[in-house]
Design a protein. Structure first.
Length: 235
């Protein structure tokens, strides 16, 4: 399939209700409103195709960008490629669930994520912290530096309340993921989450929201979900 074939198929799969949901979360035109599950037959047919993925991502169409992440070949992508992708990520569903997910399947994931976390840019930081969540939730504990993750927990404790909005979400999720998926630092993550306490987001909206990693960690502990690892990062 070429890029025109894929775009026609995506358009045919689009649903107005799904489109409205995506827009309510920050997506904007162009998009068709394709449910991710509806893409699976086409993804199975194409498998990995990096040139096609690049063409689709460059369209700026949200559904095409998502599908680009599904069929991308992360192993051939360079830090410059990921920087280019994050430059085009205009809201969190692209930065955290397309770019960060694709990055998490590479050997350069931590290197790139570290640079993004240090960037000061909201969506880059969000993608960097999200990438670590995907990594911790899928890779063996031995693939990580315990000291490095301890430093990251300390960074969350000191900076989360003053961080940009979307970055707060990802940092909060990082606390939860360390506690539930990285056994060596479970106790430290639990204590850090308690010190951090509730994190306020959506201050600019009529009703703000509180993120509470500590409560969610306790729910996971009660449900016996600590030590959780997923088989695959991408669908």
């Amino acid at each position: 399939m070429n890029v025109e074939d894929v775009m026609q198929e995506l358009e045919a799969l689009g649903k107005e209700r799904t489109k409205k949901i995506y827009i309510s979360n920050g997506a904007h035109e162009p998009l068709f409103g394709v449910a991710t599950g509806a893409m699976k037959p086409m993804a199975k047919q194409i498998k990995k195709d990096q040139p096609l993925a690049e063409q689709l991502y460059a369209t700026g169409n949200y559904d095409a960008m998502y599908f680009a992440g599904v069929i991308a070949d992360p192993k051939v992508m360079t830090p410059a490629d990921f920087d280019r992708w994050i430059d085009a990520a205009y809201f969190y569903m692209i930065s955290d669930f397309i770019v960060a997910v694709t990055l998490a399947e590479t050997d350069i994931a931590q290197e790139v994520a570290d640079a993004w976390i240090a960037s000061g840019d909201e969506l880059r930081m969000s993608a960097g912290w999200s990438c670590y969540c995907w990594l911790l939730g899928s890779r063996k504990d031995t693939e990580f530096s315990e000291n490095k993750l301890m430093e990251m927990l300390e960074r969350v404790k000191k900076t989360i309340h003053e961080s940009p909005e979307r970055t707060k979400y990802s940092m909060n999720n990082f606390l939860y993921t360390v506690a539930t998926s990285y056994q060596p630092l479970h106790d430290q993550a639990v204590e850090t989450a308690k010190v951090v306490g509730p994190v306020e987001v959506n201050k600019d909206k009529p009703k703000s929201k509180l993120l509470n990693a500590s409560e969610n960690i306790q729910k996971a502990v009660d449900a016996g979900r600590t030590g959780f690892k997923r088989k695959y990062v991408r669908c």
